[in-house]
Design a protein around this ligand. Structure first.
Ligand SMILES: [Fe+2]
Ligand SMILES: [Fe+2]
Length: 396
């Protein structure tokens, strides 16, 4: 029976602190191996510009060369959607039924354990090894222990201190300032060479190809196909109505990039769902959230700065009283892209062909409002305003 440690992380980049921590824990607890489980798509970094998972994996492999018992575990790279520890632990237990698993966790992460998705599966599959930070107060450690006990976890407290405290963020910033010059950056020599040669941490521009690849790993396959459909349709409509086809394509691609962000995840960008309400203090229907949240993701994760593109992404779920041509195109392309079958999509397509954008917007708002009433949900006032504005434009 092998004793296997699990050290999860984004590893952007992996550094000496991670390696030293893994080796100390390995020796202290007599582990046969420590798996560096790369979080391919960490849910708390949904709005961050994270280095592509394959490159981070490559960096872990380079850094761990020659370190006994330490290796990369890339199972999260093979799962689409957000990476959750519960799925990973369940998969590891299934793959290595004879292993005993130890989840290595810092106090700060341990405090938040009760909020982890399906944390019961993690507790069932492994014990925890709690690692304190250097100079940490006894109070923080107590909180972490209380959190572990509240979820019924089996745990050990490490005598070592958490050297993974060197932050990857600080390393990235330093590399950026120094033009990727990796001297004196606390990563293994071979990795530092790799980072320098390939300019991994230069400020980068997302190409359309890179965005496509990232979206494919973040969205489910149906949502991804739909996004491609909206991009194609938006580009077509831009040609007809005289909007910028490049902007239409980009807004179409990214319009649903905030789709899977949960209310809970908004904590990570310091917001709550009601920050996205039409008016302060108003309740907001969660279905419309992914519009404005998507605009934030597009800006922070994919570096989109064009206000027209961001506005079109933001408004696509509700519409608005004031809509630019691009806003309207994305709003409608969401209904008329080729993967949408049946009603009300067929009629929106027909109205668009026969009567144009404003008529199509009014019709789709009408249908949305009827549906929301049928569901007994709250109607977003912006949809009513979009509908009335479209009606006025139609009549004039
Ligand atoms: Fe959407
Ligand atoms: Fe959509």
């Amino acid at each position: 029976m092998a004793k296997t440690g699990i050290l999860g992380g984004t590893f952007d980049p992996v550094h000496n602190g991670h390696i030293a921590c893994a080796e100390q824990i390995r020796d202290e607890f007599g582990l046969d191996r420590v798996l560096f489980v790369l979080s391919a798509n960490p849910p708390h970094k949904f709005a961050s510009d994270v280095t592509p998972a394959k490159i981070r994996a490559l960096m872990v492999n380079i850094a761990l060369k020659g370190h006994d018992g330490l290796s990369l575990c890339d199972i999260e790279l093979k799962r689409p959607g957000y990476s959750y520890a519960a799925d990973t632990v369940a998969e590891l237990v299934k793959t290595y039924p004879d292993d005993e698993f130890y989840y290595i966790i810092g106090t700060d992460a341990a405090v938040r354990l009760p909020d982890w998705k399906n944390v019961g599966a993690v507790v069932d599959g492994c014990s925890f090894i709690l690692v304190k930070r250097p100079g940490e107060s006894a109070k923080t450690a107590e909180k972490a222990v209380a959190a572990l006990e509240s979820i019924g976890a089996k745990y050990y407290i490490s005598r070592s201190e958490n050297l993974a405290d060197v932050s990857s963020t600080a390393i990235r910033k330093a590399l950026n300032r120094r033009g990727n010059n990796p001297d004196e950056i606390p990563v293994p020599a071979e990795l530092s060479l790799f980072i320098g040669q390939h300019n991994i941490y230069s400020p980068r521009r997302w190409t359309t190809g890179m965005i496509l690849q990232d979206l494919e790993s973040v969205l489910n396959p149906r949502r991804y196909e739909h996004s491609l459909g909206v991009a194609e349709e938006a580009e077509r409509l831009a040609g007809i109505y005289g909007a910028d086809p490049g902007k239409a394509l980009m807004a179409g691609l990214l319009h649903d990039c905030g789709k899977n962000v949960s209310e809970g995840q908004l904590v990570w960008i310091g917001m709550t769902k009601n920050d996205f309400a039409a008016r302060p203090g108003e309740n907001v229907n969660v279905r419309v959230l992914h519009g404005p949240v998507g605009a934030i993701v597009a800006e922070r994760r994919y570096g989109v700065s064009d206000p027209e593109i961001l506005s079109a992404i933001s408004k696509h779920t509700t519409g608005a009283a004031e809509m630019s041509l691009l806003d309207k195109i994305i709003f409608i392309a969401d209904y008329t892209e080729k993967n949408r079958k049946g009603e009300p999509f067929e009629t929106v397509r027909r109205v668009l062909d026969e009567k144009g954008l404003d008529a199509a917007i009014r019709y789709s708002c009408d249908e949305t409002i009827k549906l929301i009433i049928k569901r007994g949900e709250q109607i977003d006032v912006r949809t009513v305003e979009a509908r009335n504005a479209a009606l006025e434009h139609e009549e004039s």
